[in-house]
Design a protein around this ligand. Structure first.
Ligand code: GTP
Length: 814
């Protein structure tokens, strides 16, 4: 288990006071600390450094002053062995940040010779692999007296460093990937910075450096190189040398040398500045914990440490983390937009917001993830973009559909309003009104979807725009059809109104050519309506010459004729037809050729006149019963009506059955007319002869004088005369006579019954001769009048004259 080496007390291990900023990255049990991320974020402040940080490790034999040197150079607080106790202090690998402004991570590696031989070689190799994989500068710390002595430990350490370096960076640079980090790591060089301690001999540093270079060359020559690996030592390493005086014997010189050396590690502007970009491993600081852990995991388990693979794994891990982090604020910002879209709202400026959200998420991702393995970064970025687009597109599509639905609703609503307002105006044009509304709603839709199909987005919403256009086209078609239907209905109403007078006049006249006039008027109206419809269709935006105008014209023709046919049916109702027949027979029978009323005389042949008038009226019935369509230019024209329109059905106004019924009813009414004529002859010419009047005067002279000279009689006569005058003036003679007849009949019957009873009382009844019930002649006549149908004399067609002149007219006999 990893352990943080924080707050160690000097009394427990003989070290100096510990610092809270150092971390035992790899402990004695070779466990990797799980606190590296926390240290980088919170204690060292390096997590956001990107590539702008450096890693330096120190190698060397145990207790050769490595920790002391690091603390001098970088201000770290690594444990330093107490000079009194002289025991190993650094176990595993410790890490701390330099106190300089530059972000420098220092790795204090356990000294060689610190363990048993087998264990030592194993850990030495592992720590070298790890340090070279994550660090760019390796400080090799050694005593001056060890230089040139072919000390086994130092030779072994250098050999190990070169071997693992070849393992890591040999072989042509490892796997590809093309990313920023991958390219850099494949070409990374390592700086071997030899610090010769206790340089007290007169041998100059250059001499010591030459010796060490010769050792390095000899070791390099003896190493087996991977196939394809650059053979030159310089392809992998830069080498620098420095020496420090003896710390105890020359403390001031030591401190001065340490300060000078410190400057080389801190001063970025110095010509000999140690940390150069070509040494960097190009692992982003925020990925360093995962990278270092992955490297150590591979090293600790003796797996092949393939840095490109490690960097790729790191990139995958970190890119996923970064993508997840980038998605969070994106989803938070998208949530209200999604809710609005689900609620059917249309948001303003959604395109800009969507683009900004998408760009922000990708920007957040790019800012961190682009430092990682290029191939992985590109894949993860594409995956992130796809995830963003999927979520964004769902919201945007819903939004676009809301906008389209709103546009359709607004189109229907605004068209109805605009048409209602404009249709009463003289310059009303359907196409212009609807076109204006459509332009407005399409502009509103365009504003709503503006910017939604921004650059880089894999959608265009062209299909939605086409669907909206199709929906608006369909709505326009429906509105246009309603407009045409409205125009057709108006034309039909106008035509019906215009034809009403013509129909009434012509059918009332009943002339033989009445249908020619009626249908000529209809033809004219139809032609006028054709012209009006053509203008209306043009205003409605219906393309001339297509099938639609012709179809509309056919529908209009049907509507026109339906209206007129309805008019004709109204005029062909039973009462109307009877009225026309009655008027016809009256006109012919009652009026002479000059239009003067006839006064019938006994010399007139009433029967013949009546028969002629009745036959003429009867001839009118079949004429009224059916429209003579042959008189029209258009009714039978090809294509005048829609297919399937049954014009023949509309031509029949009075069916055959109705005709027969009407003929009967007309005959009865005509007979009444005939009877009236007959009575008028009797009334007019049935006068008392003059000699009868003279005889009456002579015979009644004495009675007249008696009345005149008797006041009682005179008053009685005056009263009776006055009453008679009143009855005559009021036309009450007929009912009075009927009442008198009734009374007299009843009285007669009563007297007759009394007489029979009296006779029956005086004479025994004769069984063979039952008493006869004799009807009075008056009652019998009355019953005959009531029972004889008045029209019987006239109902016999073809025998009108015989009926008129014979005994079939009881009223005449009376
Ligand atoms: N002679 C000499 N002694 C030194 C020098 N620097 C440090 N020392 C002493 O060497 C001893 C070990 O110092 P450390 O810095 O702990 O050495 P180290 O290599 O880190 O030790 P380990 O971590 O145990 O391997 C201490 O007692 C130091 O005082 C030096 O330059 N010369």
């Amino acid at each position: 288990m990893a352990a943080a080496g924080m707050m160690r007390r000097s009394d427990s291990n003989g070290k100096e006071a510990s610092s809270a900023t150092r971390l035992q990255l790899i402990d004695e049990e070779q466990q990797f600390s799980d606190q590296l991320t926390g240290f980088m974020q919170n204690k060292w402040g390096m997590y956001e450094a990107g590539f702008d940080y450096d890693v330096v490790a120190v190698f060397g034999s145990q207790s050769t002053g490595k920790s002391t040197l690091l603390n001098r150079l970088f201000g770290t607080r690594f444990d330093v062995m107490s000079e009194a106790q002289r025991q190993q202090t650094t176990r595993g690998i410790w890490a701390d940040r330099a106190t300089s402004e530059n972000s420098v991570l220092i790795l204090d590696v356990e000294g060689t010779d610190g363990r048993e031989r087998g264990e030592q070689q194993d850990f030495e190799r592992k720590s070298a692999l790890f340090s070279l994989a994550v660090g760019e500068v390796v400080i090799v710390n050694l005593w001056e007296n060890m230089v040139g002595l072919y000390n086994g430990a130092n030779l072994g350490l250098l050999k190990t460093v070169m071997e693992v370096n070849l393992q890591l960076f040999g072989g042509g640079g490892g796997g590809g990937g093309g990313g920023e980090g991958q390219q850099a790591s494949a070409k990374s060089k390592t700086l071997l910075f030899f610090v010769i301690r206790d340089h007290v001999s007169p041998a100059p540093l250059e001499s010591l450096a030459r010796t060490l270079r010769a050792d390095l060359a000899r070791i390099w020559e003896g190493l087996g190189k991977p196939a394809g690996a650059p053979p030159a030592f310089d392809a992998y390493f830069d080498v620098r040398f420095a020496s420090l005086p003896h710390k105890l014997l020359q403390p001031e010189a030591f401190e001065a040398g340490a300060r000078e050396l410190r400057r080389a590690f801190r001063d970025r502007g110095a010509a000999d500045y140690v940390f150069r970009s070509e040494y960097r491993r190009r692992v982003p600081a925020d990925g360093f914990p995962a990278y270092a852990q992955g490297v150590w995991a591979a090293v600790a388990h003796n797996k092949d440490l393939d840095l490109p693979t490690q960097q790729e794994l790191l990139a995958q891990f970190r890119c996923d983390e970064i993508a997840a982090a980038a998605l969070e604020p994106f989803r938070a910002a998208l949530a209200p937009l999604r809710q609005g879209a689900q609620d059917g709202l249309v948001a303003d400026g959604l395109g800009g917001a969507a683009q900004a959200m998408r760009a922000a998420a990708l920007g957040d991702f790019d800012a961190q993830a682009r430092r990682y393995h290029g191939g992985v970064y590109a894949k993860r970025r594409a995956a992130l973009a796809a995830a963003l687009d999927a979520e964004l597109h769902a919201v945007l599509v819903a939004h676009v559909r809301n906008a389209a639905a709103a546009a359709c609703a607004a189109f229907g609503r605004d068209c109805a309003r605009a048409i209602g307002e404009a249709s009463a105006r003289a310059d009303y044009a359907f196409a212009a009104v609807v076109g204006g509304v459509r332009a407005a709603v399409e502009a509103a839709y365009a504003r709503a979807v503006d910017g939604l199909a921004f650059a880089g987005a894999p959608w265009s919403f062209g299909a939605e725009a086409r669907q909206l256009a199709a929906a608006l086209d369909a709505q326009t078609g429906e509105l246009r059809a309603r407009e045409v239907a409205r125009v057709v209905a108006r034309l039909a109403d106008d035509t019906r109104a215009a034809m009403a007078d013509v129909v009434a006049e012509r059918l009332g006249g009943g002339a033989a050519d009445m249908w020619r006039h009626v249908l000529a008027a209809f033809d004219g109206e139809a032609e006028a309506c054709d012209a009006r419809l053509a203008r209306a269709l043009e205003a409605a935006g219906v393309e001339a010459g297509g099938g639609e105008p012709a179809a509309a014209a056919r529908r209009m023709h049907a509507a026109l004729w339906d209206g007129v046919a309805g008019l004709l049916r109204d005029e062909s109702a039973d009462a109307a037809v009877l009225q026309r027949l009655r008027a016809a027979v009256e006109d012919a029978f009652r009026y002479d050729a000059h239009g003067l009323p006839r006064v019938w005389t006994p010399a007139d042949d009433i029967d013949a006149h009546f028969a002629a008038a009745r036959d003429a009226a009867r001839a009118l019935l079949p004429r009224l019963a059916r429209v003579d369509a042959g008189a029209s230019r258009v009714l039978h024209a090809e294509g005048f009506f829609p297919a399937g329109y049954d014009v023949a059905r509309t031509l029949v106004l009075v069916a055959a059955g109705r005709q027969r019924d009407l003929a009967k009813r007309f005959a009865r009414e005509a007979d009444a007319l005939f009877m009236e004529a007959k009575r008028s002859v009797v009334a007019t010419h049935g006068r008392v002869p003059p000699w009868v009047l003279v005889l009456l005067v002579l015979l009644g002279w004495n009675e007249a004088m008696a009345v005149l000279f008797n006041p009682v009689y005179l008053v009685l006569v005056c009263l009776v005369g006055g009453a008679a005058f009143v009855v005559h003036s009021l036309g009450l003679w007929a009912p009075l006579l009927r009442a008198a007849n009734g009374v007299s009949g009843i009285a007669g019957d009563h007297v007759h019954r009394l007489l029979v009873e009296a006779v029956n009382r005086t004479e025994p009844p004769v069984a063979s001769n039952p008493p006869l019930r004799r009807r009075s002649s008056r009652t019998k006549a009355k019953e005959e009048i009531e029972m004889e149908p008045i029209g019987r004399s006239g109902s016999g067609s073809g025998s009108g004259s015989a009926a008129g002149s014979g005994s079939e007219s009881p009223s005449l006999q009376q």
